[in-house]
Design a protein around this ligand. Structure first.
Ligand SMILES: Nc1ncnc2c1ncn2[C@@H]1O[C@H](COP(=O)(O)OP(=O)(O)OP(=O)(O)O)[C@@H](O)[C@H]1O
Length: 251
């Protein structure tokens, strides 16, 4: 990945495919017939969640991935973050990536909030000293001071998310990814996260956000990429992308 006329490329997907197995529920009779007839055919079907996706994200861009349920937004984020590998095509990313993709991911249930801050911090590339220095601010932002020495298996999903979001924003990543998970936070915390994302955007942080809240996303992102059945069907400034998505909505 190189510098383009628009700036430094932070993430680049070229002709990426991602397939999953779609398992069909079969009756025992169907299963027995399939077995005795020599197991011809497959009880599961391959399904292309991403089909030839190419996109480039430059440094400092705040990009929204838009699309209806199942269009491939979260899969794209997971591929950028590296938690999933593509079946075809190539993916290049620059620098440290952090984000909130799945609530609870990267947290160990039997460890306390405090221990998880260190664990998560290490996963996100922070040294122990960096976590020490940022610990107070991480806990303060999360607002769960009282529960920081409680094992996280006793946390609510909102509390998990608060802690995970807080560690992620304090890890000073080069690319910050946020999936719908914000939705599990209560309104005051959601507002705090949104304000933080705008602050990061204004400071030139590269952001990739997935949300169905189109007005919210318009207020955070500059650019919108619309996915439909695993393909990029539109890529423009955010206002136009939201209009495009709305124009494809059934009445
Ligand atoms: N681990 C998996 N195993 C099987 N199928 C999967 C898996 N992950 C995603 N899929 C399928 O891939 C397709 C795309 O899913 P994805 O979660 O990327 O969509 P999305 O655009 O984020 O949807 P939503 O708006 O509902 O969150 C869906 O049909 C989904 O069922």
């Amino acid at each position: 990945m190189n510098e383009t006329s628009n700036g430094l490329v932070m993430a680049q997907l070229e002709d990426v495919d991602k397939e999953f197995d779609l398992r069909h529920t079969r009756s025992i009779k169907e299963y027995v017939v399939w077995w005795v007839t020599g197991r011809k055919g497959d009880l599961s079907e391959r399904f292309k969640a991403l089909d030839g996706v190419s996109l480039t994200i430059q440094q400092g861009e705040a990009v929204a991935l838009l699309g209806f349920n199942g269009s491939g937004k979260s899969t794209t984020l997971k591929l950028i973050s590296g938690v999933m590998l593509p079946d075809a095509g190539s993916i290049g990313v620059r620098g440290k990536i952090a984000g909130l993709i799945e609530v609870g991911a990267g947290m160990h249930p039997d460890l306390t909030g405090r221990e998880n801050v260190y664990l998560n911090g290490a996963i996100l590339g922070m040294s122990e000293q960096e976590v020490d220095e940022r610990f107070e601010s991480i806990v303060e932002f999360s607002g769960i001071e009282k529960f920081i020495d409680t094992e996280v298996k006793f946390y609510s999903s909102g509390m998990y998310m608060r802690l995970a979001f807080s560690v992620a924003v304090h890890s000073q990543p080069d690319i910050f990814l946020v999936d719908e998970v914000l939705a599990v936070g209560d309104e005051p915390f959601q507002r705090k996260c949104i304000a933080k994302m705008r602050e990061l955007r204004d400071a030139g942080q590269t952001l990739v956000v997935v949300s169905h809240d189109l007005e919210l996303i318009k207020s955070i992102c500059h650019r919108g990429i619309v996915l439909e059945h695993g393909k990029v069907v539109h890529d423009s400034d955010i206002g136009e992308a939201v209009d495009f998505l709305r124009s494809t909505m059934p009445d």
